[in-house]
Ligand binder design. Structure first.
Ligand code: UN1
Length: 520
């Protein structure tokens, strides 16, 4: 498939038709990048697809005021009308689903079926946000004073900076941006520079949708959305800028720590979705068939490059032999190769650096006493030899090995044995991260224990379901080094608004709270 055809189909060729590609998108205005050029290589074969430019800090700073202006206009548009915009976005995404999925596969290397799933997440969050646009409700609270009313209102917050990672180039931004729009916020997006084409395509869909809604409802400034293809240094400066009351960032713990410190210094709000080091427990009461299916998808889906990827399998000693035997068999049937070929289960790693990390982690695991059950080695599928394809690794290791506490963003699954459920829960919790967790068991006592306050300490707790593949309707995120943020469904929208507590006196007296007397 030719990248040019896909660029045309997504209507973004105009951003590449000059000597330098566009890198700064401020609503319908866009500017050529004055910063360094960025090669866009496909992980499929490591071949260059195109080149884009990056925006430098001067040109970024010159344009920031637009998002503040756009926010002022957006916040007075009624929320259900803001919802109409998101409804149009959802229908345009649906119409371009195939092209968007292909672009994800080309830029990230994930299998086409998973890429379709990612676009579906964008469509789903649009549906969710449209419904939400009529449900941004606040409480009315009983007041202690006569003839008073006490209530909460939720108002738009301001321009939101969204920083997203390479592995979900559309979905994670969409969780943020679609909700932010119905909440009345403008959005500035700094995507991973590994996936610039997906982000330009997404920006274009937002612009087309604004054009369309303005034909009937009018008043939507295009600068409610901006896209900055820019580097780490520039992003660090953006994070410090008080023009963004909220910074929502997805990526490594190291990046999140930096964002957190710099946003906290100016007393802004940050929403962090960082590393996971997710475990799945297979109890002696588990339906093993079901468990094996969940384990394989959770461990090797997206080549182990989801924050929800299963990295630690905690197996009861009574079923350990059976589980390992069946996993070896299942791993042996996996097809690894070109991600556009729908018979393949697994595509490449994102780049050489990821491959190097895999080699290093396997080396350390061995050094720390691990036994390699499935080797995890580089293979060279036909037609895509330059890409970094690997077979997934399975390593039996002690629960206290240091490597098990780290998130390595590749398909390595550590297998740990346990004796009783309390021990398994302790192992589940004994890592710095706290995103996703799962228990396979048909024993209600075990299930309830795992879900209780004394159970898993993660943000996502699954029973007889793998660690990855969360639906958008729930709040997504985790505890500890995962960062504590919650995105997408449930009441995550509250992050994107400011809460006002209002007290109204409809009497002719002025009673003071707490019964205080103050007469003069
Ligand atoms: C991520 O890897 O950052 O739950 C997000 C899942 C997907 C999203 C993962 N819905 O695996």
């Amino acid at each position: 498939m030719k990248i040019e055809n896909l660029i045309n189909e997504l209507g973004i060729a105009k951003y590449f038709d000059q000597k330098k590609a566009h890198a700064l998108f401020v609503g319908k205005q866009s500017y050529q990048g004055e910063g360094a050029g960025i090669e866009v290589n496909s992980p499929i074969d490591n071949q260059r697809m195109t080149q884009v430019a990056s925006a430098n800090l001067n040109q970024i700073n010159e344009n920031l005021a637009s998002f503040q202006d756009a926010f002022q206009k957006l916040q007075i548009i009624p929320a259900p009308i803001r919802g109409k915009l998101v409804k149009i976005i959802g229908s345009k995404v649906q119409a371009k689903k195939n092209a968007l999925a292909r672009m994800i596969t080309l830029e990230v290397g994930k299998p086409l079926s998973e890429a379709h799933g990612e676009v579906q997440e964008w469509i789903d969050i649009c549906d969710f946000a449209v419904g939400l646009s009529r449900q941004l409700t606040g409480l009315t609270i009983a007041t202690e004073r006569y003839d008073h009313r006490l209530m909460e209102q939720w108002h738009p917050l301001g321009p939101v900076l969204v920083i997203s990672a390479f592995n979900f180039p559309l979905a994670v931004w969409a969780w943020n941006a679609m909700i932010a729009f119905v909440c009345g916020d403008s959005v500035v997006w700094k995507p991973s520079l590994v996936t610039p084409l997906c982000s330009i395509a997404a920006h274009e869909i937002v612009m087309d949708s604004i054009r369309e809604i303005n034909k009937e409802d009018g008043g939507f400034p295009t600068s409610i959305h901006g896209l900055f293809l820019t580097g780490i240094k520039e992003t660090k400066e953006l994070v410090k800028n008080p023009v963004f009351p909220l910074v929502s960032a997805t990526g490594s713990v190291e990046m999140g720590r930096d964002v957190n410190v710099n946003v906290a210094k100016r007393l802004g709000r940050s929403l962090l979705e960082l590393g996971g080091n997710n475990a799945l427990i297979i109890s002696n009461f588990a339906d093993i068939d079901l468990a094996i299916r969940a384990v394989v998808f959770s461990a090797v889906g997206t080549s182990g490059q989801r924050c929800t990827t299963l990295r630690r399998l905690i197996v009861h000693e009574a079923v350990e032999e059976e589980v390992i035997g069946r996993l070896i068999k299942a791993y042996g049937t996996l097809k690894i190769g070109h991600p556009l070929d729908e018979k393949n289960h697994m595509g490449p790693l994102i780049n050489q650096m990821a491959y190097n990390k895999m080699v290093e982690a396997l080396h350390l695991a061995k050094e720390q006493g691990g036994t390699i059950i499935c080797r995890g080695e580089r293979i060279y599928p036909e037609e895509c030899a330059g890409g970094y394809y690997v077979t997934p690794a399975l390593v039996k290791i002690d629960k206290d090995a240091l490597i098990v506490k780290q998130e390595t963003f590749v398909p390595i699954l550590y297998v740990i044995t346990y004796h009783d459920l309390s021990e398994a829960i302790a192992i589940n919790n004994n890592v710095p991260q706290g995103l996703s967790s799962a228990l396979f068991s048909t024993n209600i006592l075990e299930v309830e224990k795992f879900m209780s306050a004394m159970g898993s300490d993660c943000g996502l707790v699954n029973i007889n379901v793998g660690t990855s593949g969360a639906e958008i309707g729930g709040a997504f995120g985790g505890e500890k080094e995962t960062g504590g943020g919650r995105e997408s469904g449930s009441d995550a929208w509250k992050n994107y608004m400011r809460r006002v507590t209002s007290t109204i006196n409809y009497s002719t007296k002025l009673p003071l709270a707490q019964g205080i007397k103050f007469e003069f």
